[in-house]
Design a protein around this ligand. Structure first.
Ligand code: AMP
Length: 600
């Protein structure tokens, strides 16, 4: 498909017509300097416009674009939208209700969403018969666990104003993580990756088995790393202090933190890392410090994210600085030997990325953690996501419903552990069969002892397995005093352990306690019917009386041994007030998922 990608920002509009199969850009247009000397650049030529209202300028640019596009078939438009709030976790066809939600979200992103929306409205008028798709910067981070997305502010206040961490640059983080996984020849959902998007705006993400579990930008794109002109993390007390001492108004503080800080503020000369590196090499102390503060902050986050995920397989560098600056990559990645990341200085210096070679590995051959520079391409990603949605939007959902089951806390056990707890040669005995063929709830139960409390009579599920695994709910983990990660069954590496007590003994497990990732079991035949594959992530909508709930981030598990069923834990079941015999529907289009449905 040919998708016209539009990014309507504060002082510019960028447009690109992209062939989603070859990845080639067929046409590019930009409208720049909208606020002082508007200029359109297209096909190597440029011409000035008279300074007039933003809407008029956009109309002229799109009119020109339309003329230029006439030689090409266009299948739809993809719009970059900065803030999707809690409403949007994936791209969506822009209908009136969606426009209204994007407009409502302006309260969270007053500098971005209104301008994105204006671009959408002008483009809809220019291309009225085309599908227009919104792709959100925040969407990829919708999987942040509560503990990572919650600020320590009074709950009621935070909820009333939508104050939480959302994260940004999601399209780029997701795109480069996928390219990195392909380069490593592995499924992204088998890897723990730290992505560093270092451009004019900078952010990082911890991507655990394919899901964003931490990211450095927060409610706004101001939090986290040092950026071109943004401060990133500072002590919020400084604002209170400055308000009185420096007599700064709120808009003065806004300007200070967003436009006068970061590399620009530190160096006193430029927001561009190239200028700073050059001056630093000539001996400018302020520029040297700017580079040091910049790299130190990224290193600090790498350590934090490695700890968050309990290990890391690859660290990815992208964005203008991450892709192009060997000096900054060196400053960040040196002395990470302690965590198994060994930089190869020659390879780092030689990194040269292109469309044809978008990934370069600059770690030593024997480095356990791979260090990768990856060329990001947000426009291509927006085009591909839009094309996928356009192809799906016409589908009619005639799929069968999926039974939903609530799984209570339980333990999977090895024969060895079973014998330690119940005596030599002990065999599990069946209490009742489970819905998944061959599996059963055993008569045997154990006590799970955590640092804080004990949960008694936790049922063992049979038959025995090759690894011990205890699946508990969020409520259970808090009661036990354990921070368990959300994992798919079988992925217990770096999870916490506990003590398990049986009638004949007790065992201390070093790992194995997880909160189960909500999932659907299905056979290969079901998978063909639903057009999904093993380990895909889908959304499921459950109609529950008056209410409609959409469960995002549901993992597909395919095996000939399975029977079609979705499993959620007791907390999720309670939160959604789902009882027995509930049925879910696979969401085919984002419209089905988002409108008139609460997301869980
Ligand atoms: P982006 O926002 O991803 O386009 O990144 C833009 C920024 O990347 C610029 O402001 C520069 O600071 C930085 N950049 C681009 N090329 C280089 C380079 N060769 N060395 C250092 N920084 C660079």
């Amino acid at each position: 498909m040919n998708i016209l990608v539009l990014n309507s920002g504060s002082s510019s509009l960028k447009a690109a017509l992209i062939d989603t199969v070859s990845g080639n850009t067929r046409l590019e247009l930009s409208l720049e300097r909208m606020l002082d000397q508007p200029i359109i650049k297209c096909k190597g030529t440029s011409f000035n416009l008279v300074l007039e209202g933003r809407k008029k300028l956009l109309e002229k640019a799109l009119d020109h674009l339309k003329g230029q596009c006439s030689d090409h078939e266009i299948h739809g438009l993809g719009h970059r939208v900065v803030h999707g709030g809690e409403a949007f976790s994936q791209p969506i066809l822009i209908e009136d209700e969606v426009e209204k939600t994007i407009s409502d979200l302006a309260k969270l992103a007053p500098l971005h969403n209104p301008l994105n929306l204006l671009g959408i409205q002008v483009a809809k008028a220019a291309f009225p018969s085309m599908p227009h798709i919104a792709v959100f910067d925040t969407a990829f981070h919708c999987t942040l666990p509560k503990r990572a997305r919650t600020y320590a502010l009074p709950k009621e206040l935070a909820e009333r104003h939508g104050i939480r961490r959302y994260g940004f640059h999601g399209t780029s983080h997701a795109y480069v993580a996928e390219l990195a996984a392909q380069h490593l020849g592995q499924d992204l959902r088998q890897l723990n990756i730290i992505t560093c998007h270092l451009g004019n705006g900078c952010s990082m993400a911890a991507i655990e088995y394919g899901r964003s579990v931490e990211t450095s930008m927060g409610m706004t794109p101001l939090e986290g790393l040092v950026m071109g002109t943004r401060s990133g993390d500072i002590d919020p007390g400084i604002l209170i202090y400055l308000k009185d001492r420096a007599d700064l108004t709120l808009s003065g503080l806004d300007d200070l933190l967003n436009k006068q800080s970061g590399l620009k503020g530190l160096s006193g000369i430029s927001n561009d890392m190239r200028d700073i590196i050059e001056k630093a090499s000539e001996g400018d102390e302020d520029c040297r410090l700017a580079m040091q503060v910049f790299a130190h902050r990224v290193r600090k986050y790498i350590g934090a994210y490695a700890a968050t995920m309990g290990g890391v397989d690859a660290i990815v560098f992208t964005g203008g600085i991450g892709e192009n600056s060997a000096v900054i990559r060196h400053r960040i990645a040196q002395r990470l030997d302690f965590m198994g990341a060994l930089i190869n200085e020659d390879k780092n210096t030689d990194v040269e990325l292109s469309h044809e070679n978008p990934v370069a590995d600059f770690a030593m051959n024997h480095s356990r953690v791979r260090l990768l520079a990856v060329k990001t391409n947000e426009q291509l990603s927006i085009a591909q996501q839009s094309a996928k949605l356009i192809a799906e939007e016409n589908k009619v959902n005639t799929l069968p419903p999926i039974p939903v089951a609530i799984s209570a806390r339980h333990m999977h056990i090895t024969q060895e552990t079973l014998e330690e707890l119940f005596g030599k040669g002990y065999q599990l005995t069946e209490k009742k069969p489970l819905s998944q063929p061959g599996q059963f709830a055993a008569n045997e139960t154990v006590n799970i002892v955590g640092p804080k409390n004990t949960i008694e009579r936790v049922r063992i599920l049979g038959p025995v397995r090759s690894k011990n695994q205890i699946e508990i709910s969020r409520t259970d983990e808090f009661f036990l005093g354990i921070d368990a990660p959300i994992r798919e069954s079988g992925k217990v590496v770096n999870s916490p352990g506990c003590v398990v007590v049986g009638p004949k003994g007790k065992v201390t497990l070093n790992e194995g306690v997880i909160c189960a990732w909500r999932h659907i079991h299905m056979t290969p035949e079901d998978a063909a019917l639903f057009q999904v594959k093993d380990r895909d992530i889908v959304e499921i909508k459950i109609e529950n009386g008056e209410r409609s709930l959409t469960f995002g981030n549901v993992l597909i598990r395919v095996s000939p041994k399975y029977k079609l069923e979705m499993h959620i834990d007791t907390d999720e079941g309670n939160a959604a007030e789902i009882g027995r015999n509930a049925m879910g529907a696979l969401v085919l289009t984002s419209k089905e998922a988002h409108l008139k449905s609460r997301r869980i």
